[in-house]
Design a protein around this ligand. Sequence first.
Ligand SMILES: Nc1nc2c(ncn2[C@@H]2O[C@H](COP(=O)(O)OP(=O)(O)OP(=O)(O)O)[C@@H](O)[C@H]2O)c(=O)[nH]1
Ligand SMILES: [Mg+2]
Length: 662
Amino acid sequence: MVYTVALIGNPNVGKSVIFNNLVPGARQHVGNWPGKTVEKKEGRFHHKGVEFNLVDLPGCYSLTARAVDELIARDFIVEEKPDVVVDIVDASNIERNLYLTLLLLELEANVVIALNMYDIAEEKGYRIDVEKLSEQLGVPIVPTVAIRKQGMEELKDVILQTAERKVVRKTKITYSKEIEAAINSITQIIQKDERLTRKYPVRWLAIRLLEGDEEVLEKIKGSKCEGELTKAISTDLRERLGEDPEIVLAEARYSIISNLLRTTLVKGAKKWTMTDMLDKVFLHKALGIPVFLVLMWATFQFTFIVSAPFMSIIEAIIAWVGSLFEAIPNEILRSFFVDGIFGGLGFVMTFIAPIFFLFFALSILEDSGYLARAAFVMDRLMFKLGLHGKSFIPMLLGFGCNLPAIMATRTIEDEKDRLLTILINPLMSCSARLPVYVLVAGAFWGTTMYAGTAVWGMYILGIVLAILMALFFRRTLLKGKPAPFIMELPLYRVPTFHGTVIHMWERGVVFLKKAGTYLLGGAIILWFLSSFPWGSEQSYVYLLGNLLSPIFKPLGFGWELSASLIFAFMAKEIVVEALGLIYAVEGETAIKAALASSITPLSGLAFMSFVLIYIPCLATIGVIKQETGSWKWVFLTVLYELILAYVVALMIVVVGRMLGFS
Ligand SMILES: Nc1nc2c(ncn2[C@@H]2O[C@H](COP(=O)(O)OP(=O)(O)OP(=O)(O)O)[C@@H](O)[C@H]2O)c(=O)[nH]1
Ligand SMILES: [Mg+2]
C-alpha cells in the first residue's frame, strides 16, 4: 500500500523545500520568488515502514485555475484525490494563505496543515495559538521551519496518522443564510445524478457552480440534470444573492478567516523591517532600473575576473591529458583525439568555469529575493509601454537557460501574453552563449574592465531587443490589452548554502550532459569537416565557410567565423568548438590571438550579437513547440531571429564605423 500525498500551497511558501526534506536525494528547484515549480514532481519516502508517494505541485492562490501551472495543481487535487493533502501555509502571511485552506476543506480533502515559515512569523512578532486554530479548523497543524528541517518528523507522523485514519473529515464551513439556501437548492438538483455525486463532493460542486467556475461547468456537461442546473444557477440564484456570487463567497471566506484569527492570532506592533528598507532603494521609481543595471554589470565583472584563473587551470589539465594521446601512431586517429576531442570539446570544457560563476552570482540574486524585485521594476516599465507584466521573471531566468525560462511562462494567465513572452525569450542571453562572449571579448580586451562590460552589453542588448520585439508583436500578431499584474514580493533573505549548491549542481549536470551529447557530436562533425579531405588545404569546413562568407562580408566575418555559425543551432557553445578547431593553434591564448588578428573589434562585437540573436538552439526549439503546441510559432521565432540578427550586427558595424571605431 502506497499512500499518495500532495503538497499544495500558495506560491513561494516552501513546498519544494519540504519536498526535498522528505524525499531522500530530491533536488527540486528552490528559490525566493513565486512560480518556480510549474510541473508536478513526484518522489517516494518511507515513514515507520509505510511508503508514501509525495507530489510537489505548483503554487496557487485558489483552486480556480487561471494559468497553466495552477491548472496542474488543481486538477491533481480534484481529479486524482490524493490520500492526504498537505497544505503548506505561510505563517507570516496566514490570512491570505488560509483562503486556499478553506477551499481545500470545501473539497473535503484529507488536509494536514504545515504552518511553515514559523521563524519569520515569530520575527514579525506574531503569536499563533496553533492548538486552538487546529481545533477550530478541525485539521491537524504542524508548525515547521522547512529550511532548518524543523518539524519534519512531526509532519511525517501526522501525515501517517491522517492517511491511516482514512475517514474524511467533514469540517463544514457555513456561510450566510442566503448563500446556504442557494447552495442547498443546487445540491438538491445535483443529487439526482449519481454519476456526479460519486465523483465529486456534492457541496463542493454546488459551491463551484454557484461561483460560475467554468471548468466545473464543463464537468457537468452531459449530466442528466445539466439543463436544470444551468437554469437554476444562471437566473434565480444569482438574482437572489444580488451581487456576483463569486465575490459574495470570497468575502464570506475572508470574514470566516478573520473570525478564526481573532481568537488565535496576536500580531505585534508593525516593525520597520530590513525588507522595507531595501525596497526603498531597489523598488525606487527612478533608481530601480539603474540599480538593476549596475548589479548586472557587477555580476559580469565578477564572472569574468574570478573565472579567469580557473579557466587556465582546467585548460592545463585538459592539455596534459590530451598530450598523452600524441603517442597514437595512426595519424588520423591521433588527430581525432588531439584536435577533435581535446582541441574542440576540451576547449569548450574550459568555459565551464565562467558558467559556474555566473550561476553562483545568479543564484545569489535569486535566493536573496532580488530577482523578484528586478522583475518587478522591469515589469513596471513594460506596463507603461503597453506591455503586460509578469513576463520578466521568465526573461531573467533566460540568463541561465531558455528552457526553464520558457516553462516559467506557465504562470502567465492570458494566452496572448504568454505567447508573446515565449516568442521573445530566446533573445535573453543564456549561459550557452557566454563562452562565445568570453572568448571574443577576451581576445580583444583581455581581462580589462572592457571585456566584462562588453559581455554585460550583450545581455542588455538582449533585453532591449526583447522589449522592442514585444512592442512589435503586440502591435501586429498578438494585439490586445495587457492584463494588469499583481506580483507578490518575497522577503529578502540571506541565501542558503544548500540552495546555492543545488543551483550550481543543476547547471553542472546540464552542462556535462550537453558536453556528452551535443558538444561531443559537434566536435566529431567539426573535426571531420575540418580534417577532410585528409591532407588537403581546402577542408570541407573551409569550403562551407567560403560558401557563406559572401553573406557575412558586410559584417566583416571571414570564412572561419561564417563556418563556425553553421552547426551552432545544435548548441551555441559549438561556435567556440568550431573556432578552436578551425584556428587549430595551441591553447586559448593562441586562439584568441588568431581571432583578434582575423577580425576587427567592431566585427567582434557584431559577431557576439549575431550569436546572441540568430537562432534558438535545438532544445529551445523543442520547448517552444511543446509550450505553444504549434510549429508555426517555432518557425516565426527562427525567422524573425535570423533577420534581426543580421540587421543588428550590420548596424553595429555601420554605426560603429560612422562613429570612428574600427
Ligand atoms: N525563513 C524561512 N524561509 C523558508 C522556509 N521554508 C522555505 N523558505 C524559503 O522560501 C523560499 C521558497 O521556497 P520554495 O520551497 O522554493 O517555495 P515553493 O512553495 O515551492 O514555491 P513555488 O514553487 O514557486 O510555488 C526559498 O527561498 C526557501 O529557502 C522557512 O521555514 N523559513
Ligand atoms: Mg516549488
